[in-house]
Design a protein around this ligand. Structure first.
Ligand SMILES: O=C(O)C(=O)C[C@]1(C(=O)O)C=C[C@@H](O)C=C1
Length: 115
C-alpha cells in the first residue's frame, strides 16, 4: 500500500541533568536521531525548540543546524513559559514536516511529561 505523506507537527522533548554544552549537544542529537528513526520524514519545513530558563550554556537550535548542516531550514529557540511545578532542565522540540508518521519522542526525564 502506498504511504500517505502529510504535513505533521512532530513533538519531542528531552532533559539534561546539568547545564553544559557537552550534555546539551549529546541530548539534542540523541533526540533528533530518535525522532528521525521513528518517523518517515521526507521534508522538514521548520524546527522550533523551547528551553526552560535554567538552560543557558548552548542553544539547541544552533547544535542541530550546525551539526547537521541544515542551513536552509528555519530554526527557532524560545523560552518555555513556566508555571507552578513546571519541570526543570527540559528541551522541547516541534518539527513541522512532511511525513507518513507522527510519532512523538520523549526521552529521559521528559518521558514523564505526557503520561
Ligand atoms: O509535551 C510537552 O513537552 C509537555 O510538557 C506537555 C505540554 C502540555 O501540557 O501539552 C506542556 C508544556 C509544553 O509547552 C507543551 C506541552
Amino acid at each position: 500500500m502506498e504511504k500517505d505523506y502529510k504535513i505533521y507537527g512532530i513533538r519531542g522533548a528531552t532533559s539534561i541533568e546539568e547545564d553544559t554544552a557537552t550534555l546539551i549537544t549529546e541530548r539534542v542529537l540523541e533526540l533528533w536521531n530518535e525522532i528521525t528513526s521513528k518517523n518517515d520524514i521526507t521534508r522538514i519545513i521548520s524546527v522550533i525548540f523551547s528551553v526552560t530558563s535554567d538552560i543557558k550554556s548552548l542553544n539547541p537550535a544552533t547544535v542541530l543546524r550546525k551539526t547537521l548542516n541544515l542551513d536552509s531550514i528555519p530554526f527557532m529557540c524560545l523560552s518555555e513559559s513556566e508555571f507552578e511545578n513546571s519541570p526543570t532542565k527540559i528541551i522541547r522540540v516541534l518539527i513541522i514536516c512532511e511525513s507518513s508518521t507522527p510519532n512523538f519522542v520523549y526521552l529521559h526525564k521528559a518521558s514523564q511529561l505526557r503520561k
